[in-house]
Design a protein around this ligand. Structure first.
Ligand SMILES: Cc1cc2nc3c(=O)[nH]c(=O)nc-3n(C[C@H](O)[C@H](O)[C@H](O)COP(=O)(O)OP(=O)(O)OC[C@H]3O[C@@H](n4cnc5c(N)ncnc54)[C@H](O)[C@@H]3O)c2cc1C
Length: 495
């Protein structure tokens, strides 16, 4: 994985840039100390690390705008950062760029129940939104497993999903409005508290843009009323293929569960040892299906799902009988990633999406790839969405193991594209999947995406080196005004 080589001129100006930023922001809002900078050297994709030039921690939209305006005028690169839980390296710092951390913008600004929405700052954690409205019987539906830590700004930038997104949609389906700041420091608002906004869907464009188009400084989220009942069923199967088959059959029967997740045997065993969720240990695959709605409907749906599962050879069926038991069923699933961390020194969590009906075939082929690459694999995924999270286990201290894991991961993602799927379901492209973008997009597709990037950020200062397999060559691609044949920023590295 190659990053743009750092600009030596900017590195030489580090002290001056830090002093300028310190003058712009209140005391304590700029980090330049070497040891303190280390805390920002990676995100959840810890295989890659880089200490940034400096870190800014603004406390308001106006301060974010001031930092961006300065960076624009001085051609300093900016990597936005929420909580740093991203798994694709989107918040990986650049040696010649600053981190713009949104952690101090952490207030819930307004809860507006008549309009069923909340206005929050980007550093508020995903879970804090649901906690703030729980007393009134409401919640915010998208629930990444990292929801205790990840920020809503990061969720917007990655278009994050979670267990409940099968029924209630991803982040993009649960947003009503955004405030964001352009690289020039201009503050813009899109959407609001209403459902439809006229004109182009700029909010849709920003959602999932991985910090490449603007910095989100306020989010208006849709709130949902909590369903009257929610119960979860644990279904054990003799093969992963049978579990995959059951998922397709449930959806084909017209049932949309509140959540439907699969764990394979290695994942079941290590999460059970970690969380004691009560999972069966004598099955090859476990399906967790949550049904929600009025109690009578939930009872009826549980019966239908159980019958579909039994017809596909399910050997285990346990229905939650209390809210505590339901939460415990999910506690195992939500702790699956850290649980894998207990049995392997390192792991990479991949994230690809496939058409649901190809699940059995893809699971089989991933097992074959595991043997071929000589690395262990555990599977935990949002089965209903066809969103796979294969966890590749390796040991970074063993020479060659990291490269093997990367090659294995790339093969899995190629397989996803081959069967008609996509490179990412919810973790984003970042640096992790950047070089695989041509597997899915041809040059024209990539040029068109680049044209959008260049319309927002012609100098490529916002999160450069991420998502696009080449540095955003706005001028080369004809998207930047070139006067008298002179290429702006001829010193800009191309790779
Ligand atoms: C244990 C674990 C479980 C996870 N489970 C899930 C899951 O179930 N579903 C899921 O979707 N993800 C999951 N993730 C991934 C991660 O939590 C999400 O991608 C999350 O949305 C990242 O939020 P963050 O605040 O940590 O963002 P960061 O990691 O700080 O940043 C992520 C990206 O967003 C950009 N960004 C951050 N804030 C802003 C902003 N305000 N404006 C513009 N750009 C911004 C950054 O530049 C970067 O490109 C998991 C991660 C972990 C570690």
């Amino acid at each position: 994985m190659e990053m743009p080589p750092p600009d030596e001129g900017l590195l030489a100006r580090r002290a001056e840039i830090a002093a300028d930023l310190e003058a712009l922001l209140p005391p304590g809002c700029v980090v330049v100390d070497g040891a303190a900078l280390k805390a920002y050297e990676s995100d959840g994709l810890t295989a890659y690390r880089q200490v940034p030039l400096a870190v800014t921690l603004p406390r308001s939209t106006a301060e974010v705008a001031a930092v961006l305006r300065y960076c624009h005028e001085n051609k300093v690169k900016v990597v936005p950062r929420g909580s740093g839980t991203g798994l694709s390296g989107g918040a990986l710092p650049l040696a010649d760029g600053i981190i713009l951390g949104l952690g101090k913008l952490n207030k819930i600004l307004e809860v507006d129940l008549p309009n069923r929405c909340a206005r929050v700052q980007p550093g508020v954690t995903n879970l804090a939104i649901s906690q703030a409205v729980a007393h009134a019987g409401f919640y915010y539906a998208p629930d990444p497993s990292s929801q205790i830590a990840c920020s809503i700004g990061g969720n917007v930038a990655e278009n994050s999903g979670g267990v409940h997104c099968l029924k209630y949609g991803l982040t993009t389906n649960n947003l009503l409005g955004l405030e964001f700041v352009t690289i020039e420091g201009e503050v813009l608002r899109v959407g609001g508290k209403h459902l439809e906004a006229g004109g182009y869907d700029i909010m849709g464009l920003l959602t999932g843009s991985e910090g490449l188009l603007g910095v989100v400084t306020e989010v208006t989220v849709r709130l949902l009323a909590k369903p009257a009942t929610a119960r979860a069923v644990l279904l054990g199967f003799p093969t992963s293929e049978a579990a995959g088959d059951c998922v397709a059959a449930v959806i084909a029967a017209g049932i949309i569960p509140g959540g439907m997740e699969i764990m394979d045997k290695p994942a079941i065993h290590c999460t059970e040892a970690f969380v004691n969720a009560g999972y069966p240990l004598d099955v090859e695959a476990l399906l967790i299906v949550e049904l929600d709605g009025p109690p009578v409907e939930v009872d009826m749906l549980i019966e239908r799902v159980s019958k579909i599962a039994a017809d596909r050879g399910a050997s285990y069926n346990r229905v939650s009988t209390s809210e505590a038991e339901r939460a415990n069923f999910w506690a195992g699933r939500k702790a699956a990633f850290p649980a894998i961390g207990r049995i392997s020194p390192d792991y990479i969590c991949m994230d690809g999406t496939i058409p649901r009906r190809r699940l059995p075939e893809v699971l089989r082929r991933m097992s074959e790839l595991s043997v071929q690459h000589g690395l262990r694999l555990a599977n935990v995924f949002h089965a209903g969405d066809g969103n796979l999270h294969p966890l590749i286990m390796f040991d970074a201290n063993k020479p060659g193991d990291t490269e093997k894991a990367e090659a294995f991961g790339a093969d899995i993602l190629r397989l996803c594209v081959e069967v008609g799927g996509v490179l990412t379901g919810e973790h984003g492209v970042g640096i992790e999947k950047r070089d695989l973008m041509p597997t899915m997009f041809n040059e024209t597709d990539l040029d068109q995406q680049l044209a959008v990037k260049c319309a927002f950020d012609p100098d490529s200062l916002l999160n450069p080196g991420k998502v696009f397999p080449q540095l955003a060559r706005c001028a080369d691609a004809g998207w930047m005004k070139v006067s008298g044949g002179a290429l702006p920023h001829p010193d800009l590295p191309r790779f």
